[in-house]
Design a protein around this ligand. Structure first.
Ligand SMILES: *[C@@H]1O[C@H](CO)[C@@H](O)[C@H](O)[C@H]1NC(C)=O
Ligand SMILES: *[C@@H]1O[C@H](CO)[C@@H](O)[C@H](O)[C@H]1NC(C)=O
Ligand SMILES: *[C@@H]1O[C@H](CO)[C@@H](O)[C@H](O)[C@H]1NC(C)=O
Ligand SMILES: *[C@@H]1O[C@H](CO)[C@@H](O)[C@H](O)[C@H]1NC(C)=O
Ligand SMILES: *[C@@H]1O[C@H](CO)[C@@H](O)[C@H](O)[C@H]1NC(C)=O
Length: 185
């Protein structure tokens, strides 16, 4: 079947949200079974987990400016998608500026079940990597429990991350999503 490219599943975003990594390819398989090597430059695309809210399917990470050096992560069409790359364990984005922009996760010290994700004018947080479900965060305290796409205050869907220690049911506008890397061609 679809074995022409390891990222073909990213392009078709088929269910389940698992990347097909050919066992014969050196370039796409890293040192462990669970970590995969992402394309050099990529867009991050939502893939709704299970039978969740399909309105959040196939959206791309972009930044929504909210102040000096900071922006919320919104989810929109590929025409405005942000170009991402992994620098060590920093999830950075290329906005053609002389300084870096990195994904920074909102705090988990507020007793909330889901938290903001921001793109700040810095390298952002450490601990990002890819596995077959896309972008993951290896947080020191181990609280990361996946991504949420929800309608929120910018009039377009927005990205949040799920905090493992509170298991509230999510609002109906939300979907649990994976963030799959789509190579920039
Ligand atoms: C994988 O890498 C090894 C060592 O670099 C090489 O000998 C082998 O041919 C490569 N296999 C593929 C499928 O590229
Ligand atoms: C990657 O991160 C290092 C520091 O961790 C930094 O020196 C380097 O400039 C970064 N590269 C880019 C392209 O931002
Ligand atoms: C960057 O993101 C964090 C959230 O982790 C936020 O608290 C902080 O104020 C942001 N930095 C800037 C410069 O706005
Ligand atoms: C990727 O990592 C996350 C977080 O550890 C895990 O929940 C998920 O099952 C992993 N995906 C695969 C395909 O192993
Ligand atoms: C997560 O972080 C821990 C501690 O830094 C490290 O030992 C582990 O290898 C990391 N796991 C992944 C999948 O990056």
């Amino acid at each position: 079947m679809l074995l022409c490219s390891p990222w073909i599943f990213a392009l078709t975003c088929s269910v389940p949200c698992i990347l097909a990594i050919p066992a014969t390819s050196n370039s796409s398989v890293a040192s462990t079974d669970t970590t995969v090597t992402q394309p050099d430059q990529y867009y991050l695309k939502t893939c709704v987990k299970g039978t969740g809210n399909q309105a959040k399917e196939g959206l791309y990470v972009t930044s929504y400016h909210t102040g000096a050096g900071t922006s919320d992560v919104t989810l929109e069409g590929i025409d405005v998608a942000s170009v991402g790359f992994l620098n060590g364990t920093h999830q950075q984005f290329d906005y053609d500026t002389p300084f870096p922009w990195g994904l920074q996760m909102g705090g988990d010290d507020n007793y909330a079940a889901w938290e903001f994700a921001l793109i700040n004018a810095s390298y952002g947080d450490e601990g990002f990597y890819f596995n077959k479900s896309g972008l993951q965060w290896n947080e020191t305290e181990g609280g990361f429990n996946g991504w949420l796409a929800c309608d929120w205050w910018h009039g377009v869907p927005q990205l949040f991350w799920n905090y493992v220690y509170y298991d509230y049911s999510i609002p109906s506008s939300c979907a649990e999503v994976d963030l799959i890397p789509v190579p920039v061609s």
